[in-house]
Write a protein that binds this ligand. Structure first.
Ligand code: NAD
Ligand code: ZN
Length: 287
C-alpha cells in the first residue's frame, strides 16, 4: 500500500518498540555510492573481478590484501569527507524523542560508513558511553547496531586479539603493499572490520544474538530505509516482522519490499524521513 510520509507518520503514533533498519540508500545523499541502483558500485570494474560481490570477499582478501586495502582506503576517504544528511539527523532526533518518552527504538544498520555512530556520539540525550578503544564493541553503541561492521576500524587478521584499531589514511608515496596496516602485537596484516560477502555473521563482531533478542521482544513497528534487502540478516528481520503482522514501513526511491501488507513510502529518504518524523521531533520533551 502506497502512502505519503505524513500519513505513514500517523501509524507510528502509539508505537512503543520500534526497529529502524537502514541501508546504503540513506547515505546516498551524503555522497556515498550505493551498491545497487543506477550509479551503484556494482557497475564498476574491480581488479581481478567483475563485481563488488566477487571482489569484497575473504577469499580475495587472502589472495590480494593490497588490492582490497586500496579499495577500503578509497572508500574510507569518501566516508571521512561525507557528512550525515537530513535522513541520519532526523533518525537521531527521533531516537532522542523515543528515549525521552519511554519508547524503545533500535537502530540497525547495514551501512559500514559509520555515519549513524558519528552522529550518535554527539548526542547529549542519548549520552552514548564511549566504549574503550580495543573493546570489541568499539564503534558500536547501545543505540546503533552496525551489523556489517565499520570501515573506520581494522582488526588483526591472525586474530591475536579482537581489538579494533582506527584505520589511518596511508601516505601516498607508499606502495600498495606497504599501505597494508600491520598488527602492532604480532606483525600479521590487519583486516578491515567489515563483513565480506563470503563471511557469516558472528556474535562477537556483529551482535546477531542481540538483534535476535530484539526480534523476540514485542516489536510493534519496523521502518526500513534505503535498502534493497539483499542481505540475509536484513531480509530475515523483515520477513520475521511481516510474519507477525507487525507494521512495516518501507522508505525507498523504488520500494524494495513487495509484500501486500507493507506500507510503501516512495521518495528519497533525506526528504521523506524529516516528514515522517516531524510530529515527533518537534516536541522532543513533551513528557
Ligand atoms: P543497496 O546498494 O543494495 O541498495 C540501496 C537501496 O537504496 C536501493 O534499493 C535503492 O533504490 C535505494 N536508494 C537509493 N538512493 C536512495 C535515497 N536517496 N533514498 C532512499 N532510498 C534510496 O544497499 P543495501 O541494501 O544497504 O546493501 C548493500 C550492502 O553493501 C550492505 O551490506 C552494506 O554494508 C554495503 N554498502 C554500504 C554502504 C555504506 O556504508 N554507505 C554503501 C554501499 C554498500
Ligand atoms: Zn596480531
Amino acid at each position: 500500500e502506497k502512502m505519503s510520509p505524513l500519513d505513514a507518520s500517523k501509524l507510528l503514533k502509539h508505537k512503543r518498540n520500534i526497529i529502524i533498519l537502514t541501508g546504503a540508500g540513506l547515505s546516498a545523499a551524503s555522497g556515498i555510492p550505493t551498491f545497487r541502483g543506477n550509479d551503484g558500485l556494482w557497475t564498476k570494474k574491480y581488479k581481478y573481478c567483475d563485481s563488488a560481490e566477487d571482489f569484497a570477499t575473504l577469499r580475495n582478501f587472502k589472495e590480494h590484501p593490497e588490492a582490497l586495502w586500496e579499495w577500503m582506503h578509497y572508500r574510507l576517504e569518501l566516508c571521512k569527507q561525507a557528512e550525515p544528511n537530513e535522513g541520519h539527523k532526523t533518525i537521531l532526533q527521533f531516537q532522542e524523542y523515543c528515549k525521552l518518552n519511554g519508547v524503545k527504538c533500535h537502530l540497525i544498520t547495514q551501512n559500514i560508513d559509520g555515519l549513524h555512530t558519528r552522529l550518535a556520539r554527539q548526542s547529549e540525550v542519548l549520552a552514548v558511553e564511549e566504549t574503550k578503544q580495543g573493546d570489541p564493541s568499539h564503534g558500536f553503541t547501545d543505540c546503533v547496531f552496525e551489523i556489517h561492521g565499520n570501515l573506520n576500524y581494522s582488526r588483526c587478521f591472525a586474530e591475536c586479539s579482537k581489538d579494533l584499531k582506527e584505520v589511518q589514511t596511508p601516505k601516498s608515496e607508499l606502495s600498495s603493499e606497504e599501505q597494508i596496516p600491520k598488527c602492532e602485537e604480532c606483525e600479521s596484516i590487519m583486516r578491515p572490520h567489515v563483513l565480506w560477502f563470503d563471511e557469516c555473521y558472528t556474535q562477537e563482531l556483529h551482535r546477531v544474538d542481540e538483534v535476535r533478542s530484539i526480534l523476540d521482544s514485542e516489536i510493534d513497528a519496523l521502518i526500513i530505509v534505503g535498502t534493497a534487502l539483499q542481505t540475509s540478516l536484513a531480509s530475515n528481520i523483515v520477513s520475521h516482522c511481516l510474519m507477525k503482522n507487525i507494521l512495516t514501513i518501507d522508505i525507498n526511491v523504488e520500494p524494495a519490499c513487495h509484500f501486500g501488507s507493507v506500507v510503501e513510502v516512495c521518495g528519497k529518504s533525506e526528504e521523506t524521513l524529516p516528514i515522517l518524523f516531524s510530529p515527533f521531533i518537534s516536541k522532543k520533551s513533551s513528557k
